[in-house]
Design a protein around this ligand. Structure first.
Ligand SMILES: [Zn+2]
Length: 252
């Protein structure tokens, strides 16, 4: 059958921040079913808690990158703390066997000033991966339809899409995995294909995912949740999915 007519520059990349959470196995199942590669910007403390899942992500053919260890705002940290947040996460990924394709990162809260960028560059993190399409998926009240429509109405060639299949500080994530099949289908119906992140931080074309022959693993150990700002104060609107554990930030 002939290749569908798709302009060569209509590529986007699917990225997930803050995992691996309890929803990550479902994300991996959906990506496998649709043969879509994704880039996971994982949090070190969560990667350490379920390192088998991080290792699997890499074997499955996805990209794994650095989203710090405790998800702090890097602009508020000392140079030594920035370094520790990045390098401790890098060590967890490496020890799990999930080597980054290059030193790529995304700052928590998408916040990095010139001083932070210089500190990151000093330890080899020249590639700070941008976000072009963002949704309200951090709010557990956002519906799958709202997430899907927020993505599909903002597609442009080269767009990097940000989703959270389980925020570090909220029990959200369920809506994202519910929306994901329709997001994938909708992106493809708009004539786009899914690429990966290149070392210059832009979307590069990629072949369909060729999954490994292992079953997608389950979450085994409690997923750390860190009450960060105002979103997760008091009683959460719904409990995070089990197993989970609430932890404290070493920076506050
Ligand atoms: Zn984040």
């Amino acid at each position: 059958m002939a290749e569908p007519l798709i302009s060569r520059d209509r590529w986007v990349a699917l990225t997930f921040d803050d995992g691996p959470s309890a929803f990550r196995p479902r994300t991996l199942e959906i990506l496998r079913r649709h043969a879509i590669p994704a880039a996971f910007f994982d949090v070190g403390m969560r990667a350490a808690a379920n390192s088998h899942l991080v290792a699997f992500q890499a074997r499955e053919g996805h990209q794994v990158f650095n989203h710090t260890y405790h998800h702090p705002n890097l602009t508020k940290l000392t140079p030594a703390a920035v370094r520790a947040e990045m390098l401790d996460t890098e060590a967890v990924l490496r020890e799990a066997g999930a080597r980054m394709p290059f030193r790529g990162m995304r700052p928590p809260f998408l916040d990095a000033d010139d001083t932070t960028l210089a500190r990151l560059a000093e330890i080899g993190y020249d590639t700070v991966v941008a976000v072009h399409v963002i949704t309200d998926d951090s709010d557990a009240a956002t519906t799958p339809e709202q997430i899907r429509d927020a993505v599909l109405t903002r597609l442009t060639p080269g767009a990097i899409l940000l989703l959270h299949d389980g925020n570090v500080d909220t029990p959200s994530g369920r809506s994202v995995v519910t929306a994901l099949p329709e997001i994938i289908q909708g992106v493809q119906d708009h004539g786009y294909r899914f690429g990966t992140i290149g070392a210059d931080g832009t979307v590069v074309p990629a072949p369909p995912l060729r999954p490994c022959d292992e079953p997608v693993p389950h979450i085994v150990d409690p997923v750390p949740y860190l009450p960060l700002v105002e979103r997760f104060r008091g009683d959460p609107p719904q409990d995070p999915p089990d197993p989970y554990v609430i932890v404290e930030s070493p920076h506050s």
